[in-house]
Design a protein around this ligand. Sequence first.
Ligand SMILES: *Cc1c(COP(=O)(O)O)cnc(C)c1O
Length: 433
Amino acid sequence: MKYYNLKDRRVITGFREAVERGISPDMGLFMPERIPRLDDAFFRQLPSMTLPEIGIEVGSLYAGDDIPRKVMRQICGEAFDFPVVIRQVDERKLVLELFHGPTAAFKDFGARFMAGCFRYFSSRDDKRRVVLVATSGDTGGAIASSFLGVEGVDVIILYPSGKVSSLQENQLTTLGRNITAVEVDGSFDDCQAMVKSALAGSANRTNLKLTSANSINIARLIPQSFYYYYAIGCSGNGRVLSVPSGNFGNITAAAMARRSGLGIDHLVAATNVNRVVPDYLKTGIYAPAVSVATIANAMDVGNPGNFDRLRRVFDDDYGAITGSVSGYWFDDDRIREHIGQEYQRTGYLLDPHGAVASLGLDAYLEHHPGSGGIFVATAHPAKFRDIVEPLTGQTVEIPDSLRNFLAGKKQSVKMKAGPQNLEEYLDDIYQNE
Ligand SMILES: *Cc1c(COP(=O)(O)O)cnc(C)c1O
């Protein structure tokens, strides 16, 4: 499979290069040259396939010769060693729970698959790879836990001091080994500027490969389609799928799966008040905005990084995208109210992100009475106890994976904001290799 740069379609690379670069130097996203169609035999077998088995088939189509099939088997087996759960919430609604991984959020799927790819690539040469990540919270934790102990790869995570939750900070700072947490005296934007500048200057470093692991890496997008095949395989064709969306990677992966032949009837893009995509679907005008803080904070994105990819899946055809995707948005009051009401009505405990998806599905089903659907729950409610417990009057059990992080000892490198500080730090550590 070949990948092209969305900003300059003449630039074509293979899977490996697209993954190792993350983003092209002109900040263009890599996109597969075509969305492969899966054959009838695959869909016939789907109901009996496990998630790793699906990953081997679909992942191999996207990786091509860059990852041998037996390596893909190992990557998928190791990455997806935790359950994906589908539950019936009421007669018309199923929930797809994607929060049973090590950091209790769906980003574990993409981060663990990407780490497996890096482990293989770094076994093929003796260059040291350094993965840089700027995080405002969740992404850094998923990357840290996924890359822990991967030979030949160091991970440096920059986060804004005092601006992430204590659980998130523990997820970044307690692992040690090849994971270094850099606590920046500044904002998330400062962290991002430092990473970008180091990546831009990386051509001068001949002894190591610097790369980024942000959410636009294609190796994080592709595995996010695997669980949609699994969900439809388990529950049958023809359902509506509602995805809580921020940077729009997760729903783009669903759209790619649908384009490959998967029997998803319709997609719902559900957002908090950061509503640029629902507005676009209604008006045809895309107007990126400054992001607004909400209780579903992993979706506080004003200019979604994957929006161009989502449009590309529909050949940039407005009629095609609005025929297949509906958008709905909800404010914090509505989200809070829904968490309480759904708990009363069904006994199901939603986190704020899953609540947005559940609301989106309800909104669509209200106008399409014959349909049933699946909404996606992306984070464990225990990550949002402060919000969820008062609304439901219910104490939330903390999963063991999260409890372990709460116990660890914090270690971080303190750094002042400013690109030169990260450059100097990298010079110090890697000069003699
Ligand atoms: C990142 C995230 C989202 C948004 O996913 P996108 O792929 O960016 O649209 C939703 N929920 C949770 C819990 C997340 O961490």
